[in-house]
Design a binder for this molecule. Structure first.
Ligand SMILES: [Zn+2]
Length: 315
């Protein structure tokens, strides 16, 4: 029997086989298809219990000072976009994980709220005075919430079996002039073409859907939202390009081999010798060189590893 698209029902072609390269949560093989109609990339069949693959430190906060600084840079880029386009302070983030962005937004004067799946993250956010609803079904959870000036979904839609339902519900919960921000791995990425099943942003099987930009735009338009920003080459995309090159090269070498060959730290408090720091520095240098060579391709068109789309609800 042929496989059809979970969004538009058009027939789909086999794309690739993938395993959990990033986390090795399982030895299973997953099959990805690409819809011939809307371009959606999806896992089929959908695993029955997706929560089984969110293992170990999935929601862990950055462990080292340099990691914190590196992640902090991304949160600052996101906040700059929100401040540039938002016309009010009521902000909802769907899928904030441990909530680094929400804390930053609160400091900047926003009134943040959230919907999150992970129970520990939910408890921590509520304890900090950021109202957070626990739910595995954000479209349903949204129905009980109010109106917002900003709804943000950074790297969330790829985890949802029916992201289009969440986008539709989010559109209904935007105040007039409110903005919806959707950032996600880009199926048109140069790094995806190069690394295929080893692309760290495929993140099988947790990324059950990869939505092309034009599909997100189509869903947003159908729900009355107007596009105001479309990019896969901004500072945010460049942050993700580095992460994607690094993660995919490690997947290509093999997690275990990479960790010993490159002396990558296995934990924050593990002491590192001079030789291991030198190897890590050489790996970063090789990475930067590869990225420099790829830059003319990667930073033009829409070939960055992740995209950011912003939509506005008409007043
Ligand atoms: Zn489709």
């Amino acid at each position: 029997m042929s496989v059809t698209c979970p969004y538009c029902n058009a027939p789909a072609d086999f794309l690739l086989y993938a395993q959990d390269e990033n986390r090795r949560s399982t030895a299973e093989t997953f099959v990805y298809y690409r819809c011939l109609g809307c371009g959606l990339i999806f896992v089929h069949p959908l695993p029955a219990d997706l929560s089984a693959y969110y293992v170990g430190d999935y929601h862990a906060q950055p462990a080292t000072e340099s990691e914190r600084a590196w992640h902090g840079r991304l949160e600052a880029i996101k906040l700059a976009y929100v401040q540039r386009y938002a016309r009010g302070k009521r902000l909802l983030e769907i899928g904030p994980s441990y909530g680094a962005f929400l804390r930053l937004a609160k400091q900047a004067g926003f009134a943040p709220e959230a919907i999150e799946l992970d129970a520990e993250c939910v408890a921590a956010l509520n304890a900090e005075g950021i109202p957070t609803v626990q739910s595995a079904d954000p479209a349903q959870a949204l129905k009980a919430l109010g109106q917002y000036d900003v709804i943000g979904m950074w790297h969330v839609i790829e985890h949802l079996p029916a992201a289009w339902e969440v986008i539709a519900e989010a559109a209904r919960h935007l105040a007039p002039n409110g903005i919806l921000i959707v950032a996600a791995p880009n199926p048109q990425a140069l790094t995806f073409r190069l690394f295929r099943a080893r692309w760290s942003y495929l993140d099988a099987p947790r990324h059950v859907r990869l939505l092309p930009m034009r599909l997100v735009e189509r869903v947003a338009r159908e729900n009355g939202l107007a596009p105001i920003l479309r990019t896969a080459g901004n500072a945010e995309a460049r942050w993700h390009n580095f992460a994607a090159w690094r993660g995919s090269l490690i997947n290509l070498i093999g997690q275990e081999r990479a960790r010993s060959a490159l002396s990558l730290p296995t934990s924050a408090d593990q002491p590192r010798s001079r030789a291991s720091r030198l190897k890590a520095r050489l790996f970063r240098l090789a990475l930067r060189t590869l990225m420099l060579i790829a830059a003319p391709l990667e930073l033009t068109g829409v070939r960055g590893s992740a995209y950011t789309l912003i939509f506005r609800k008409p007043a």
